[in-house]
Design a protein around this ligand. Structure first.
Ligand SMILES: Nc1nc2c(c(=O)[nH]1)N[C@H]1C(S)=C(S)[C@@H](COP(=O)(O)O)O[C@H]1N2
Ligand SMILES: [Mo]
Length: 410
């Protein structure tokens, strides 16, 4: 990850606002509100968490060299499968997001179509709607795997979240326009200053992609793409274009900077690899996890999240002996396709050293690999994943005799 088009002044003011968040100022939306244009909502007109609750997003700023907005979901503090909208992770490749008045917003659809069309937000809301629970995961999630920040499930794995998204199926809008033969790709564009663009094959566009305007029952939050975004189920989240304002039907991929440069996987020799859309089976124990401390021996519920780009999570197994033996965890019903799946496992800690890890199997029968297995497939050493994207390896957490817990991946 790396972006070279940032406005330093903007970045500093955003960082200052984030520093405010980190010390728990999330309850007061008054004087220190991070955005001057934010609507003032008091604690009754729009409810806020208890003042005793300090569950907040945290900045990756110190952990990675990126200067964009990069904030992580506090996975260790959450229950169930829905990420509250205010805690959804953020990856904005700009500093200062577009401030869009929905009355002015338009979605233009053109290119290899019979009828180029422009939709207002009201027109989009008149189409039949669907609501779906879908996860998003940044392709760059699960870093840093080593170093002082690697003990935090939030800072390592917090670039994934799960929401109920409501909108119109993209296929419905494409059919309104009439896709011409040879129109095998779409290019989706966001309307921020640098016109973020992504290519998506028509097969997926006609299948299950959502043009979403609501997140968890209310309008999508500004940083998550207000008033309109794509939600591309099961695929790396870079494809889920925010502040969506244009879709061009084309005959081949755009090879834009964000897909062919910035976010391309590279082979060990440095050569860029082809597109990699679908995410593999993955699971993370979120509690107990790195940085936490068990107060003493006795009963603990091990819990975490599993997801897969294949659709359904079939099985999650938990090991408390570093992967020598596994037993099935219990999955929270209902299990949704392309959604976070909550798992639970009852454990009695005897006070000895233990290594806790989970393993996901999805509906295609694919099994989450260990880091050694993942490295073997690519013919690399595990160190490769300190920089690579799309890492879905098993995450071991080591419980020491004093109850402290640390990342045991390396
Ligand atoms: N227009 C636009 N869309 C975007 C981005 C962006 O910077 N601009 N970031 C992408 C990346 S890298 C990710 S991981 C997801 C993150 O979505 P979120 O910020 O709502 O979590 O949005 C994607 N869509
Ligand atoms: Mo991303």
């Amino acid at each position: 990850m790396g972006s070279h088009h940032s406005d330093r002044r903007q970045f500093l003011s955003e960082s200052a606002a984030l520093a405010g968040l980190a010390v728990g100022a999330v309850q007061s939306v008054g004087a220190q509100a991070p955005q001057p244009d934010a609507r003032l909502k008091d604690t009754l007109a729009y409810g806020q968490p208890s003042r005793f609750d300090d569950t907040v997003r945290r900045s990756l700023g110190s952990a990675t060299p990126i200067t964009d907005t990069a904030l992580t979901t506090p996975l260790q503090d959450l229950d169930g499968i829905i990420t509250p909208s205010g805690l959804h992770f953020l990856m904005d490749h700009i500093n200062g997001i577009p401030d869009i008045d929905p009355k002015e917003h338009r979605l233009l659809m053109h290119g290899m179509v019979d009828r180029p069309l422009t939709f207002t937000m009201n027109e989009i809301r008149r189409f039949p709607s669907v609501s779906k629970v879908y996860f998003l995961e940044c392709n760059a999630n699960s870093r840093p795997l080593r170093g002082p920040n690697a003990d935090s499930v939030q800072l390592v794995h917090g670039r994934t979240s799960c929401s109920e998204w409501t909108g119109v199926l993209l296929s419905v809008l494409l059919k309104e326009c009439g896709v011409q033969s040879g129109g095998n790709w779409i290019i989706a564009e966001g309307n921020e200053a640098n016109k973020y663009t992504m290519s998506i094959p028509m097969v997926k566009a006609m299948d299950d992609i959502l043009v979403a305007y609501a997140q968890n029952g209310e309008p999508i939050r500004p940083h998550n793409g207000y008033p309109l975004r794509l939600v591309v189920p099961g695929w790396e989240a870079i494809r889920s274009v925010k502040w969506l304002s244009r879709i061009a039907v084309v005959d081949q991929a755009a090879m834009s900077w964000h897909e062919a440069g910035n976010n391309a996987d590279t082979a060990p020799g440095g050569k860029a690899l082809g597109f990699r859309f679908e995410l593999g089976p993955k699971s993370i124990i979120t509690r107990p996890s790195g940085g936490q401390r068990l107060p003493g021996r006795g009963f603990y519920e091990i819990t975490g999240l599993a997801w897969t780009g294949a659709g359904l999570v079939r099985k999650v197994e938990v090991s408390v002996d570093g992967g020598r033996t596994y037993k099935d965890a219990q999955l929270q019903e209902p299990v949704h396709r392309f959604a976070h799946t909550r798992f639970r496992y009852a454990w009695e800690w005897n006070g000895e050293e233990a290594v806790l890890q989970s393993r996901c199997t999805d509906e295609k029968g694919e099994v989450q690999p260990t880091i050694a297995e993942a490295a073997k497939v690519l013919g690399v050493t595990p160190d490769y994943f300190l920089q690579a994207d799309h890492f879905n390896g098993i995450q071991p957490w080591k419980v020491n005799r004093d109850g402290s817990i640390q990342n045991a991946l390396f």
